[in-house]
Design a protein around this ligand. Structure first.
Ligand code: B12
Ligand code: SF4
Ligand code: SF4
Length: 358
């Protein structure tokens, strides 16, 4: 099916009790921001039987998505320095991974049924109330890095997780892999917004991935500059992690095609993206996870990235004029949304020194 690793985890509330406590502590600190779904479905995360009656074991899988470019880390850091670019997290360059994982997990379930007979199952990837990292850790697929993601010595962390809940009794490995983070703190140190407030503690409200993908309102002004040219998602804590030297690109030919960059998203040019109207946004992000954020958030992010480009002294003059004009059009349009207009005023002020912004 193109998965990179597989393991089994028992689906017992008791086995997940420590993680459920961690989740409650995280929610109590309001680290989830406006991701209400994290609060609403916390009970189902903690007790798999509330999501899937008769749950016994999960088949946990990983699927690699590192870019094919062998020098991807160097090119990643270079891309972040270029104000003419807009960077998009590499997991989102190709087809929506939710669909890829769920389809393949369903096919896996059917293949298993042909061998062992019918069993009850349900496939999940990301969008259901499942504690995927905790379950994958129990299944022996890696340890939790200080950036909170699952990490493995042969695979780094640039893989998706998927789970197949079943009513089967499958053997869980006795001991989860031990941590190999040691005294390293590179993910914490590199984070542009200091979102990793302590090892294994992520304040999502500061995380650029949250701000550009999940967050629905205005982006806090104090965090805008640190977003740099990150238009959608953020890969910094993973790119900085030494174990991601071993991250792997997908090898199954069908996956290579499905995850291959679409619509030039791996090399996006900021000015080009300004020419996308809503219909073009929808057409070019069809089948991509980016589509879910909708055109409003896409524009909000584009304005923030443009403001940061305008602050850069290395931005060529012709490009500066063209980008300023694009943002000015949002300020001038009679029917502009108030939040977008405020972001646009902020962006213009970045080119003129911040005093110009009220
Ligand atoms: C919500 C969510 C987010 C949020 C919050 C992330 C987070 N760390 O919680 C945001 C939008 C920020 C996000 C970002 C990203 N995500 Co995300 N996300 C999820 C989701 C849906 C739930 C994660 C979750 O349960 N968070 C709740 C908190 C409590 O969990 P936690 O941080 O892991 O914390 C645990 C402990 O550290 C401890 N703890 C944490 N805080 C505290 C505080 C106290 C006081 C205590 C005592 C304990 C404690 O308790 C928790 C339970 O053990 C999962 C999919 C899923 N269904 O599981 C994907 C998932 C984790 N994300 C994924 C990815 C790829 C990303 C990004 C890399 C995407 C990107 N490039 O932009 C970034 C990485 C940012 C980062 N460093 O985490 C992958 C990770 C794959 C892997 N290798 O592990 C997942 C598994 C999706 C998937 N199916 O592949 N994500
Ligand atoms: S994804 Fe980016 S902003 Fe979020 S924790 Fe990692 S480095 Fe920080
Ligand atoms: S950067 Fe260092 S501390 Fe962070 S997850 Fe990787 S090994 Fe662990």
């Amino acid at each position: 099916m193109g998965f990179s690793s597989v393991g089994f985890a028992r689906l017992e509330a008791q086995a997940l009790a420590a993680d459920a406590q961690g989740l409650q502590a995280w929610l109590a600190q309001q680290f989830h921001g406006d991701m209400d779904f994290m609060q609403r479905h916390a009970a189902q995360r903690a007790d798999p039987a509330l999501l899937f009656e008769g749950a016994r074991s999960a088949i946990m899988v990983t699927l690699d998505y590192r870019p094919a470019d062998p020098d991807w880390q160097a090119h990643f850091w270079q891309g972040l320095q270029d104000p003419a670019r807009a960077t998009i997290s590499s997991y989102a360059w190709g087809r929506d991974y939710h669909k890829i994982l769920r389809n393949r997990l369903q096919r896996l379930a059917l293949a298993l049924e042909q061998r062992i007979g019918a069993f009850r199952h349900r496939a999940f990837c990301d969008s259901a109330p499942v504690m995927e990292v905790a379950l994958a850790q129990r299944a022996g697929l890696g340890w939790r890095g200080k950036h909170t993601l699952l990490l493995d010595r042969q695979q780094g962390s640039m893989f998706f997780l998927g789970s197949l809940y079943t009513d089967l009794d499958l053997p869980e490995p006795g001991q989860a892999p031990s941590s190999h983070c040691g005294t390293c703190t590179q993910c914490i140190d590199i984070c542009p917004t200091q979102a990793i407030v302590a090892p294994y503690r992520l304040d999502a409200r500061r995380c650029i991935s949250y701000l550009t993908i999940e967050h629905r309102g205005p982006i806090d002004e104090s965090l805008r500059a640190a977003i740099g040219n990150r238009l959608y998602g953020c890969d910094d804590c993973q790119a900085a992690c030494p174990w991601n030297k071993f991250a792997r690109a997908p090898v199954a030919p069908s996956l290579v095609g499905e995850l291959a960059p679409r619509a030039g998203l791996d090399q996006a040019v900021l000015l080009d993206l300004w020419s996308w109207d809503e219909a073009q946004f929808l057409a070019r992000t069809e089948g991509s996870p980016i589509r879910r954020i909708g055109y409003w958030r896409w524009r909000r992010n584009l304005i923030v990235v443009t403001g940061n480009a305008l602050r850069s002294p290395s931005l060529p003059q012709a490009l500066r004029s063209a980008l300023s004009a694009a943002v000015q059009a949002i300020v001038d349009a009679a029917d502009s949304d108030e939040i977008l207009r405020e972001h646009a005023c902020w962006a213009l002020a970045q080119g003129q020194g911040c005093d110009a912004y009220p």
